[in-house]
Design a protein around this ligand. Structure first.
Ligand code: NAD
Ligand code: IPM
Ligand code: MN
Length: 360
């Protein structure tokens, strides 16, 4: 298979982890006989520094021409501490999602048995959890009108949904539920928000087209609690942009760490694959970041982007092997175990890559 991949490393730990995702994808090409070509582009703080624009036109053009995009993260402490900054790294990420029509963000909560102890949740509560989040990605309060009064004392962000936006992601989530355990939980705040009432009404309509799927509606506040109380009750979770952002960071504790969660953003064109974590200023440049979320993002490129199921499973198996052999980055280390072998970002990357190279 011939595919062209655009790599956008971004800021902070983005380049540190993406280097290993890219290396693994390159090696998958060699091992399995595919012709993968790569290009690289700027986004975020690095792009602002180089061009003044968090998403330069050149990056968008390259993105449109590629078959898949492997992204790291954007963000810089400079902007986090300066709310008045007009140009911000995150604008690049939001713009590329919108421009490419990436309305469905799939965030699988893949739980490796070896990491049961890495979570702050009790292992017996976690074991067997397998959740697939469908987070709507191009609507909601993220893209509604923003205002600030002239005296700067009042601000607003419009939380807005159109029926078609809910319909198209609901179809994707229901289709996935049909392939899984045929259970779907739609999360909203329909007891308070009008946009959530539209959401619920629309999901109820779409549900009629999937009678084999059991639908549940849950309020976001309850869902946040249920996720920790009994995560196994969830299978496919369908939710809006902001709720999905927050719930999936929470859900990363089920998988043990933010450094373990990959995601796929799909919709109208080229898919965009990235860890769910950010640029993590607190550990950037210290060889501490867990590269496994980027490597698992590559597994999603192979599965969802290219339909290469065997190759995708092989990548997940590499991660599983590293964990089974006791290798850990600091974020997933078990402080009660003396069997953990703690590695830095580069060492973990090399280890996983080495497993794959030796398969050739
Ligand atoms: P963050 O996800 O960057 O970090 C949260 C915590 O998780 C930190 O303690 C960090 O050290 C840890 N962490 C994250 N990824 C890790 C990894 N791979 N290995 C080990 N530990 C990891 O969230 P934040 O601190 O709220 O935000 C930092 C910056 O990142 C902000 O500027 C924010 O806007 C940006 N951000 C970007 C994205 C993205 O590009 N998709 C996502 C979230 C946040
Ligand atoms: C994510 C991030 C982004 C979001 C930010 C950086 C714009 O938190 O990808 O989860 O809120 O969508
Ligand atoms: Mn987020």
């Amino acid at each position: 298979m011939k595919k062209h991949i655009l790599v956008i490393p971004g800021d902070g730990i983005g380049p540190e982890v993406t280097a290993w995702g890219k290396a693994v994808l390159e090696q998958v090409g060699k091992t399995f006989g595919h012709e993968f070509t790569f290009d690289e582009a700027l986004m975020g703080h690095v792009a602002i520094e180089a061009t003044g624009d968090p998403l330069p036109d050149e990056t968008l053009e390259k993105a449109r021409k590629s078959d898949a995009i492997l992204f790291g993260a954007v963000g810089h402490a400079k902007y986090d501490n300066d709310p008045s900054a007009k140009v911000r790294p995150e604008q690049g990420l939001l713009k590329i999602r919108k421009e490419l029509g990436l309305y469905a963000n799939l965030r699988p909560i893949m739980l490796f048995d070896e990491l049961l102890q890495a979570s702050s949740i009790k292992p017996e509560i976690l074991q067997g959890t397998d959740i697939l989040f469908f987070r709507e990605l191009t609507g909601d309060v993220y893209f509604g009108e923003k205002t600030r009064s002239e005296d700067r004392q009042t601000a607003s962000d419009l939380m807005i949904y159109h029926r078609y936006e809910v319909e198209r992601i609901a179809h994707k989530a229901y289709q996935a539920a049909q392939q899984r355990s045929k259970r779907l939980c739609s999360v909203d705040k329909a007891n308070v928000l009008e946009s959530s009432r539209l959401w619920r009404e629309t999901v109820q309509e779409i549900a009629k087209q999937y009678p084999d799927v059991q639908t549940e509606h849950m309020f976001i506040d309850n869902a946040a609690m249920q996720l920790i109380k009994n995560p196994k009750q969830f299978d496919v979770v369908l939710t809006a942009n902001l709720f999905g952002d927050i719930l999936t960071d929470e859900a990363s504790q089920i998988a043990g760490s933010m450094g373990m969660l990959a995601s796929a953003s799909v919709g109208e064109s080229t898919g965009f694959y990235e860890p769910i974590h950010g640029s993590a200023h607190d550990i950037a440049g210290q060889n501490k970041a867990n590269p496994l979320a980027s490597i698992l993002s590559v597994a999603l490129i192979l599965e969802i982007g290219f339909g290469l199921i065997e190759e995708s499973k092989a990548v997940v198996a590499l991660v599983d092997r590293a964990l089974k052999e006791g290798y850990r980055t600091g974020d997933i280390a078990d402080s009660n175990s003396d069997k953990n072998k703690i590695l830095g970002t580069a060492e973990m990357g090399k280890l996983v890559l080495g497993y794959l190279e030796s398969k050739q």
